[in-house]
Design a protein around this ligand. Structure first.
Ligand SMILES: Cc1ncc(COP(=O)(O)O)c(C=O)c1O
Length: 392
């Protein structure tokens, strides 16, 4: 009997999905375990998709995406990040953020290579490294006071002749950590010095609470780079425009990598659906106002949950500067999956176990606060009661 390839066997199961599978068999669960808001996609985006279908956007497009959408993305970067990009060679439209990770990691790793991943992190980058027959090495961020920070000493110690990639996510899922300017410069210097590709997952770019004005983006690494730097940005419409089910994103990369990713995508997805690319153009053109009101609402949710958790005691709750997660570290907790399972079964509150996010994650739980305020209030109340008689 032929076997499943070892590169596939090595990919671990998602522990978030494992928890969700239990929750989905239950009724009336307060679902805070997935990274998704319950806001539906705005109407103007849905209308743009329908209109595109009527206009005949039902055929193949360029592998890199519609030229108009790539131009709009270049304009977006100029407007939002003050960065100039060449839409023809440095931007590739992908079928989601995770597909951007998949194709770029595929482009830079050879079998047996190593990829450094800053953790705790959404597990998909590490899983993609495994899928390429390469090896992820997780380097935990350090909790200093109430903020996480990059551990440059551990990064230096982890580099070997096989290391070719460093992946980080800012704003971070699950930490809400946002790389400071010094950290961005340090990571870039580190990548240049060791000849590594630096892959920045910036899908939460617009969910940022520390800018001069609410709604300003987290500064992209692209502000620091020149176009010859070995830097890749993975991006998505999912979080910014409430489009998780549409599966559309993009990548920004040095020209040679952009060309290779475009070519490989021919054999993976060819390109995202044409009418959805048109809907993405509408999102970029008209999305700012709704986006800003969503961020204001998320900030209120964040502040509410942060205060509620800190009042419960028995945990350290780092201050998040972006994304829509809190990642409290619960005192004495050694099995976050068992904790989340018991919490789910006893109270119907669904959280993601910290162990799902790799090194440094065990002992914490992730709470997605993108739900309605009423749901968050109930969840915080039940969590407080559960913790007050905690047996785990
Ligand atoms: C850090 C991070 N990157 C990428 C993604 C992928 O987003 P999508 O594949 O929906 O575009 C997610 C989704 O949860 C995420 O949390």
């Amino acid at each position: 009997m032929p076997n499943i390839a070892s590169s596939a066997v090595k990919v671990p199961r998602s522990r978030i999905r494992e928890l969700a599978d239990i929750a989905m068999k239950m009724d009336h669960v307060l679902k805070l375990y997935f990274g998704e808001s319950n806001i539906p996609t705005p109407e103007y985006i849905k209308r743009a998709a329908t209109k595109a279908l009527e206009e005949g956007y039902t055929y193949y497009t360029e592998n890199a995406g519609l030229p108009g959408l790539r131009q709009d993305l270049a304009d977006y970067y100029r407007r939002v990040q003050e960065v100039d990009l060449d839409p023809r060679s440095e931007i590739v439209v992908t079928a989601s953020g995770v597909q951007a990770l998949n194709v770029t990691i595929r482009c830079v790793l050879n079998p047996g290579d190593e990829g450094l991943v800053l953790t705790p992190a959404w597990p998909n980058a590490a899983a993609n490294i495994w899928m390429d027959n390469a090896v992820p090495k997780e380097i935990p961020l350090l909790l200093r006071g109430d903020h996480y920070a990059v551990d440059f000493d551990s990064l230096e110690a982890a580099v070997t002749p096989r290391t070719r990639l460093l992946v980080y996510t800012s704003p971070s899922n699950p930490l809400g950590w946002v790389a400071t300017e010094e950290e961005q410069e340090g990571l870039l210097e580190f990548a240049r010095h060791h000849n590594l590709w630096l892959l920045a997952d910036e899908v939460y770019e617009r969910l940022y609470y520390q800018g001069p004005e609410l709604g300003d983006p987290a500064p992209s690494i692209l502000r620091k780079t020149n176009r010859d730097d070995p830097v890749i940005v993975a991006q998505s419409f999912s979080k910014t425009f409430c489009m998780t089910g549409w599966r559309i994103g993009w990548l920004v990369a040095r020209r040679d990598l952009g060309e290779k990713a475009t070519q490989l995508n021919e054999f993976i997805i060819s390109h995202p659906a044409s009418f959805i690319q048109r809907a993405a153009q509408a999102a970029l053109a008209q999305g700012e106002d709704e986006l800003r009101s969503m961020i204001a609402r998320l900030k209120k949710n964040r502040d509410f949950c942060l205060a509620a958790l800190r009042q419960m005691g028995g945990m350290t709750v780092p201050s998040p500067d972006g994304a829509f997660y809190l990642f409290p570290r619960i005192e004495g907790l050694t099995d976050s999956f068992a904790f989340c399972r018991k919490l789910l079964e006893e109270t119907h509150v669904g959280l993601a176990p910290g162990v799902a996010f790799g090194a440094g994650g065990e002992g914490s739980v992730r709470i997605c606060y993108a739900a309605e305020k009423g749901i968050l209030e109930q969840a915080m109340e039940r969590l407080a009661r559960f913790l007050s008689k905690r047996l785990i």
